[in-house]
Design a protein around this ligand. Structure first.
Ligand SMILES: [Fe+2]
Ligand SMILES: [Fe+2]
Ligand SMILES: [Fe+2]
Ligand SMILES: [Fe+2]
Length: 402
């Protein structure tokens, strides 16, 4: 279906504010929500948070009073959208249950993006991060079983496997090795730009979530796991953020943000199975159309042609789908990859890297929570927790041991 977001009629901005009672939505039932409805909620919450924070940064760097007003007006709405979405999560969902959802999003989203991204280097960066978030899902699932006696398959359904990826303890690198080469915004396929921005928003939300809620955990090993993985999410936000073109003017960046929101709501509206949530995607799409058209008008006044930045017809939609075979393939071929500067590859194809060894020896000097949590769960449950749906682990050394 073709859809031109510059032409479709949205809700006028002055009609977008909603009352407290409309914002305070009825949360979903955690026992029967579809894992991918939850995934869409988690991702769109992250995208709206990025929308609001980006707009604040833009405003702080903007000396045009009229534009500042416009940004504040739109941002107020972005903030309401974020509340509606995040308030769908019920009060009886624990931070650890939400965390499993965050890592499931990271896995199935990153895999979809890696499979579909036109740029080879960006694909390599996505595949690299994919195996790390995949491992986080395994570590947190072991924490869940150990502390709450709950199996993570109740949360992820049979859509995402849970088993070791690139072991988290090996992910801790020197900060220089998180830097990646930027895309060229003029040469890059629009889909590449949208994919990168979406993943940055998702990973940034995960980083913020662990930064702020990791300390609400009672057991010491769980507190350690959150802080350790929070530091990896810092690395992920750095590496994905580097892919964005730093030469993008603020106004063009704002246009890209609004377009991305439109495109994502439009993508999810098609797929959504939950009626209440589908209505929210529809309402928000209609709001975003006005945000996009308003910013496109300002861009035009500044001599930027919006259709040179993003296409008039939406590219194909972003989908949440089970990616078991793809993840297994990347596991089998790239689990031992590492990074040096902006390059990613097997350790024997990269230059010698003493700074990696040094960081490893400092951070992992007195035990590693991501290892301890699995050992502790093995002690308690007899065996580590896994959800291997398509056979034994594709990497011999990572197969399950008693
Ligand atoms: Fe928004
Ligand atoms: Fe992660
Ligand atoms: Fe991540
Ligand atoms: Fe927006």
């Amino acid at each position: 279906m073709s859809f031109n977001p510059f032409k479709e009629r949205g809700i006028p901005i002055e009609q977008q504010l909603r009352s407290w009672s409309e914002l305070n939505v009825k949360p979903y039932n955690k026992k029967d929500i579809h894992p991918y409805t939850k995934a869409r909620i988690i991702l769109m919450n992250g995208v709206e948070v990025e929308g609001a924070i980006f707009s604040h940064q833009f405003s702080r760097n903007c000396d045009n009073m009229e534009l500042k007003k416009q940004l504040a007006l739109t941002r107020r709405v972005e903030q309401q959208q974020q509340k509606v979405i995040n308030w769908l999560s019920p009060g009886d969902e624990t931070p650890l249950e939400t965390t499993i959802g965050y890592e499931q999003v990271a896995v199935d989203l990153t895999a979809f993006l890696a499979m579909n991204v036109p740029d080879k280097y960006v694909k390599q960066v996505f595949d690299f991060g994919l195996l790390e978030d995949f491992d986080h899902l395994y570590r947190y699932s072991n924490l869940l079983q150990m502390t709450e006696g709950m199996k993570a398959e109740q949360l992820v359904g049979k859509l995402t496997e849970i088993t070791p990826g690139r072991p988290t303890k090996l992910e801790h690198r020197h900060a220089f090795d998180d830097i990646r080469k930027p895309c060229d915004r003029k040469a890059a396929d629009p889909l590449t730009k949208l994919f990168v921005l979406t993943l940055v928003a998702g990973e940034q939300q995960t980083m913020n979530f662990y930064m702020n809620l990791g300390n609400t955990f009672k057991e010491q090993v769980g507190r350690g796991l959150y802080l350790e993985i929070a530091q990896i999410e810092e690395q992920h936000v750095t590496q994905y953020g580097c892919l964005l073109d730093p030469k993008t003017p603020w106004i063009e960046n704002a246009l890209l943000h609004e377009y991305n929101e439109c495109w994502l709501y439009w993508s999810f509206l098609e797929q959504e199975t939950d009626r209440q949530v589908k209505n929210i995607w529809e309402t928000h799409l209609n709001m975003e159309l006005s945000h996009l058209q308003a910013i496109a008008q300002i861009a035009q006044q500044q001599g930027i042609d919006p259709e040179q930045v993003v296409p008039a017809q939406f590219p194909k939609p972003l989908l949440f789908a089970s990616q078991i075979d793809y993840v297994r393939d990347i596991l089998a071929t790239q689990v031992d990859f590492n990074a040096f500067d902006t390059e990613i590859g097997p350790a024997n194809k990269l230059p010698e890297n003493p700074r990696y060894a040094k960081v490893q020896s400092i951070l992992n000097a007195q035990g590693v929570p991501s290892e301890d949590v699995v050992t502790a769960n093995m002690k308690k449950s007899g065996i580590d927790y896994r959800l291997e749906l398509a056979g034994p682990h594709p990497v011999q050394e990572l197969r399950q041991k008693k």
